[in-house]
Design a protein around this ligand. Structure first.
Ligand code: DGJ
Length: 331
């Protein structure tokens, strides 16, 4: 049994640090990537066959990760060299100001498998570790889902600001990068190049001036697309909303409420689609942030339900079971 909003432990008995993350299914496993701000770590990955028992696999991106330029001109900086070095690695204490200034800030890491490169491609939100003025995105790649990713640097897509972000891979393999732009006022949707290493076209600017962030995308089996998002209130939760469309490049609906006025004290991270014996299920995965004590932030997994008009909603339940075959069961 899993309990929403509590500290989840990996199979070694350590807290799972996969905040603002994403899940990728590959070769019989689910890989759960996310922010891990301890010591010199940026992104960690866990894997599971049953979606309940998570094995820590690797700190896939750290201040010491290998950097390598790609054809896109990027800033390869992975730490603020002019700042003091962090406290000893492995100290499981809170993220101190000293370490925070030494490290840059990588948020909302998402990973997709790219068939053309036969590599795993990560995109994340990049900031310089001192403020949120860079508003960039960052790319990293790896030959395996849980190896040491190579950092390819950060940039501003077509020169735009790019903060909260996500990746979405369509049924035909085309990938999209969504990110909050113009100081979070608008949500941009970019189609990626075939190798997922660059943006190819800005296909939409959604919800101009509505300040949506934390986007999460799903395509329902009937072909309808849904984008879930939060409003901008720092680490504090707010009313979640969704919009739907018949195509990722098509017109999206107006925004409708999703969850209660704090989205059950969570902010969207990603949607987990499952083919279960109960039929297709879509799980809302959110972060319950603790801005003052980042490391006590927890996770919310809720089954997305659909009303008589086929529109999504979620209800609260503390306890649940999650299994790839049996699906999500509220307890
Ligand atoms: C809300 C964003 O969704 C988070 O990723 C993080 O950037 C916080 N704001 C910082 O206040």
């Amino acid at each position: 049994m899993l309990v929403n909003g509590t500290k989840w432990l990996d199979t070694d008995g350590n807290p799972i640090h996969a905040h603002g993350g994403h899940m990728l299914q590959y070769d019989g496993y689910w890989y759960w990537y996310g922010e891990d701000r301890r010591d010199n770590i940026y992104v960690s990955v866990y894997r599971s066959k049953d979606l309940t028992n998570w094995e820590f696999r690797n700190h896939v991106l750290t201040t010491e990760s290998k950097t390598e330029p790609i054809r896109v001109r990027t800033d390869l900086k992975l730490k603020n060299e002019d700042e003091e070095t962090p406290v000893a690695a492995g100290a499981d204490n809170a993220d101190s100001t000293k370490r925070r200034r030494y490290k840059i800030n990588l948020e909302r890491p998402k990973v997709l498998y790219n068939k053309k490169l036969n590599k795993f491609v990560m995109w994340a939100h990049y900031e310089n570790g001192r403020n949120y003025l860079c508003a960039g995105c960052a790319i990293a790649t790896c030959d395996t889902p849980d190896g040491d990713f190579v950092y390819h640097g950060s940039f501003n897509p077509f020169g735009y600001m790019s903060r909260d972000c996500t990746l979405y891979q369509d049924a035909d393999g085309t990938a999209y990068f969504l990110s909050a732009s113009r100081d979070n006022a608008d949500m941009h949707v970019y189609r990626l190049t075939e190798d997922y290493l660059n943006v190819e076209e800005l296909v939409a600017k959604l919800w101009q001036g509505e300040y949506r962030e934390a986007p999460a995308v799903m395509r329902r089996e009937d072909g309808k697309y849904f984008i879930y998002s939060s409003y901008c209130t720092g680490w504090a939760p707010n009313q979640g909303k969704y919009a739907w469309s018949d195509g990722i490049n098509s017109r999206f609906s107006l925004l409708e409420d999703f969850g209660d006025d704090t989205t059950f004290r969570s902010q969207p991270a990603f949607i987990l689609p499952l083919d279960t014996e109960q039929g297709k299920q879509y799980i809302y995965v959110g972060d319950r942030w603790s801005g003052s004590e980042y490391f006590s932030s927890s996770y919310i997994f809720l089954l997305i339900k659909f009303d008589e008009k086929g529109m999504p909603y979620i209800t609260w339940n503390d306890n649940f079971e999650l299994d790839p075959v049996k699906g999500y069961t509220e307890l």
